[in-house]
Structure formats: structure tokens, C-alpha cells
Design a protein around this ligand. Structure first.
Ligand code: FPP
Length: 246
């Protein structure tokens, strides 16, 4: 391991590790444009960073990692870019399933994958099934995900449970409602990372990020390496989280 990585890791306090890190992977298009390459080259390079960051986060002992891969709004992109992203997803699963299993990582999907083309949907379902008994880090990949959609879906599921008498209107509180979201019983993100110089949430985990700490950077996602992950965690550990108290 290189010296800078060692030094950074030594600054991380294991007892204060964020339980859940969420990353808005942004800047693939700009990375490709800078090199006069088609946008999908940026996504391909972005996939390599996904492989590395999943490995680094799991080695550090992060329990939940959420990656924003495809939003409900991303369907507006040109057809060839969407097809490229779906191919990259299939490639990712085919290349990484063995390593995910070896690293005891459990794959979950945030979002409605029923509308994905057949091949990526089947590969994703296969990976969810094959990793379902793993007990290490939970890797949430947000696919066809939108935070507002997720809340509306949660309300629908809740209302169905009310209809069936499983829960009463009085019983609903913020904790109970969390269970109706894609993230289910997982803890809320402690840390949200957004590279690429944008300061937006882009409809990501709207309900869950109420008290998350944010870490922004100008770095484009294809240039994001484990050093930035460590830096974000070190910065996070220096913050004073009050959750509205004093
Ligand atoms: C945003 O960058 C990125 C995406 C819409 C796709 C993210 C996908 C990956 C990193 C590829 C692989 C992912 C998995 C989980 C296998 P952008 O295209 O909006 O960049 P720009 O703002 O510079 O145009």
C-alpha cells in the first residue's frame, strides 16, 4: 500500500467510522469530454472506480455503501448512452460477482428495476440472489431511483398495510416510515459524498439524509480514488454532529 494511503488510514478513528456512506457518482461525462472521448468512456472509467471504492469501503469496515448509478431522470439521456450504461452494469456484475461474494458483500438495489431491459435486470437479480446470504457490507446500488418516487411508493405501501390492518394511522412515525423505503431497516447515511463540483442532491435519498454530513469535491468521479474516500471520512470524523440538539 502506498505511503499516503497508510498515513490517511492511520488518521481514521475506527470507533467513529460512518456506518453508512452514500455517493453521488458524478462527472463521468465531463471527464470524457476533457479527453475528447464519447461519454460512455467516462462511465466505463467510472465503473473501475466503483470496483475500487467498494473494495476500499468494505476493507475499512463500512457497513453500508450506497452508490447512485442511474436516476429516474436519466432515461432522458440519449439512447446510446442509456444502452452503454446498461452494458456497463452487466459487465460490472459479470466481472465482480465472484469478488463481491469473496468479500462477503451483499448487493441490494434501491429503485424499481422491473422496467430495466431483460439482460441487465436478470443479471442484477442473479447478483442479489447470489449475495443474499453474505453478512458483510451492504452495497446499495441506486438504479432507476428517485427520492421523491421512493417516498410516494413508501406511502402507497404504508396505506396498503393500513388497509390490511397491519399498522394503524397512529402508529406511524418517522422510524416506522423508514421501513417502507428501499433502504428498509438500514441506518440513514452518516456521510454523503458528491464529487464533480456540483452542490446538489439530485433527488438522492431525500428522506434518509435529514441529518447526514456532506462532503463535496471538485474531483470528477473517474478520478476519484480511495484517498478521497479516506479524506472524506477523516473530515466527517472532525465534525460535531448535534442532530438538532446542542
Ligand atoms: C453521472 O455523471 C453518472 C452517471 C449518470 C452514471 C454513473 C455510473 C457509473 C459510475 C458506472 C457504473 C456503475 C455501476 C454501479 C456499475 P454524468 O454523466 O452526469 O457526468 P457529467 O455531469 O460530467 O455529464
Amino acid at each position: 500500500m502506498d505511503i499516503e494511503n497508510k498515513e490517511l488510514i492511520s488518521k481514521i478513528i475506527p470507533e467513529k467510522l460512518p456506518k453508512h456512506i452514500a455517493i453521488i457518482m458524478d462527472g463521468n461525462g465531463r471527464w470524457a469530454k476533457k479527453r475528447r472521448l464519447p461519454r460512455n468512456f467516462g462511465h466505463q472509467e467510472g465503473m473501475k472506480r466503483v470496483v475500487e471504492i467498494v473494495e476500499s469501503a468494505s476493507e475499512l469496515g463500512i457497513k453500508h455503501l450506497s452508490l447512485y448509478a442511474f436516476s429516474t431522470e436519466n432515461w432522458k439521456r440519449p439512447k446510446d448512452e442509456i444502452e452503454g450504461l446498461m452494458k456497463i452494469l452487466v459487465l460490472y456484475i459479470r466481472n465482480e460477482l465472484v469478488r463481491l461474494t469473496k468479500n462477503n458483500v451483499k448487493l441490494k438495489i434501491l429503485g424499481d428495476i422491473s422496467v430495466l431491459p431483460d439482460l441487465p435486470r436478470k443479471e442484477v437479480e442473479r447478483a442479489i440472489y447470489r449475495t443474499s446470504n453474505n453478512t458483510g457490507m451492504i452495497l446499495n446500488i441506486a438504479l432507476n431511483y428517485g427520492g421523491r418516487d421512493e417516498i410516494i411508493r413508501g406511502i402507497r405501501l404504508y396505506l396498503k398495510d393500513v388497509e390490511m390492518g397491519k399498522i394503524s394511522v397512529e402508529e406511524l412515525n418517522t422510524n416506522e416510515f423508514s421501513k417502507y423505503l428501499y433502504t428498509g431497516n438500514q441506518p440513514d447515511p452518516d456521510l454523503v459524498i458528491r464529487p464533480s463540483g456540483e452542490f446538489r442532491l439530485s433527488n438522492f435519498l431525500l428522506y434518509q439524509i435529514a441529518y447526514s454530513e456532506f462532503w463535496f469535491s471538485d474531483i470528477l468521479w473517474p478520478d476519484f480514488n480511495e484517498k478521497y474516500l479516506y479524506k472524506a471520512i477523516i473530515d466527517y470524523q472532525s465534525r460535531n454532529r448535534r442532530f438538532g440538539g446542542i
